[in-house]
Design a binder for this molecule. Structure first.
Ligand code: CP3
Length: 363
């Protein structure tokens, strides 16, 4: 981390406040802009979570939704994870589904079941009752958590805001929870494309406001999670999803980097790129080396298999090495997993991975 402190002393732009200059020169923000960095920045999706003892202790005192809605606890969990792991960014502790509450949907995290939406959207009529997110005020607890986190976080560490992408959110609100085959979602999409596009546009407008409000509250960049978009054919992605994701990304405050992430997206990468983002997030099912040329002039994030964190030190380092080699030292690589950390992951291995990435990529 010494290099970060050194770098803080090189101001880049006179129009920025000292704090902004510090963020802007961080390895993560440099990588988003495809500028050389002293080492490859690394953070991990779901870095604050059940695999970490500190999280479980806080979580024992509150339900998951309560935790999200308590800015003091959300900030604590966010900062603790980032500091403990030595990563190059913090990601605000929240959930992609929080935004559906002000849209009139009834969200619950049932024990052992994951999210449940009690009044899912099934028909065109239901789409009509979907509320427009007129103001993001009811999500103020997220913005307050961001403000608190920003105050408590090391000043050179960028804070990532995030939201679910329109398709992944649509899949939850139509299925009523997690799904395997997305039958209800795709059936609505095919059977009533008018209602589908209306729902996706409503989501997209709300998401743009929500992400910009996270930036205004103090996040330096944002990530769109399109976790389940890989279930679509390229043709369906283009027709039913791309315009909406594009409209969210196009509406983000200029200058704030956007990470556009999905899983199972080997067949969709060019289209995701077309939808936008300064950084495209890859899962481990594609080779970074082959995916990057397909994407062209954009930064990439990824793409270690989260299960590699269960292997021994030697294999973990070898896998990290391979990904760094695939990135070839080119500017614009952010090291991450190909998807979120799993709850059973040994914390020591996560710390080991972060150290290994820093050490092996130092230039
Ligand atoms: O990365 C971070 O550390 C920030 C926190 C974060 C959470 N969820 C906390 C969380 C982030 C970025 C998310 C995003 C999210 N939420 C996604 C996209 C990422 C992905 O993994 O694809 C999705 C699909 C969700 C929806 C969601 N939230 C599900 C399906 C579940 C249940 C999963 C499970 O394993 O139980 C959640 C709950 C959730 N979100 C937890 C955490 C720490 C576990 C809740 C608990 O403590 O019981």
């Amino acid at each position: 981390m010494d290099n970060v402190a050194e770098k803080m002393e090189t101001p880049r732009e006179t129009t920025l406040t000292p704090a902004e200059t510090t963020f802007n020169d961080s390895p993560l923000m440099r990588a988003c802009r495809r500028e050389p960095a002293p080492y490859t920045p690394v953070w991990l999706m779901r870095q604050a979570g059940r695999y970490m003892r500190e999280y479980r202790e806080v979580r024992a005192r509150a339900s998951f939704l309560e935790l999200c809605k308590r800015p003091d606890l959300a900030a604590e969990v966010t900062v603790t994870a980032a500091e403990r792991l030595g990563v190059d960014a913090a990601i605000i502790f929240a959930d992609i589904l929080l935004i559906i509450e002000p849209m009139g949907l009834n969200l619950e995290f049932a024990k052992g079941e994951g999210p449940v939406i009690h009044n899912p959207i099934s028909t065109a009529r239901d789409v009509e009752r979907l509320r427009e997110v007129e103001s993001v005020e009811s999500l103020d607890y997220v913005f307050e958590a961001i403000r608190r986190t920003r105050r408590a976080l090391r000043p050179d560490l960028p804070l990532i805001g995030f939201a679910g992408a329109p398709f992944t959110l649509a899949s939850y609100i139509v299925e009523g929870g997690t799904s395997k085959n997305y039958i209800k979602t795709k059936t609505l999409m095919y059977a009533d494309s008018g209602a589908w596009h209306a729902m996706m546009s409503t989501l997209a407008r709300g998401l743009t406001k929500y992400l910009n409000a996270q930036l205004a509250a103090g996040a330096q960049l944002v990530q769109l999670f399109d976790s389940w978009v890989g279930c679509l054919s390229p043709e369906d992605y283009r027709e039913y999803v791309l315009p909406h994701t594009r409209s969210v990304i196009a509406g983000i405050k200029p200058g704030a980097p956007v990470i556009h992430f999905g899983t199972g997206t080997a067949g969709l990468l060019e289209l995701m790129r077309e939808a936008g983002g300064d950084v495209i997030g890859l899962d481990w099912r594609v080779s970074l080396e082959k995916a990057w040329p397909r994407l062209g002039d954009v930064a990439v994030m990824g793409n270690l298999d989260p299960v590699a964190l269960f292997a021994d030190r030697k294999l973990l380092r070898a896998q990290a090495r391979r990904i760094l080699d695939e990135a070839g030292g080119h500017a614009g690589h952010i090291f991450n997993l190909g998807h979120g950390i799993l709850p059973e992951t040994p914390v020591e291995n996560v710390i080991e991975l972060v150290e290994a990435v820093h050490e092996m990529s130092r230039r």
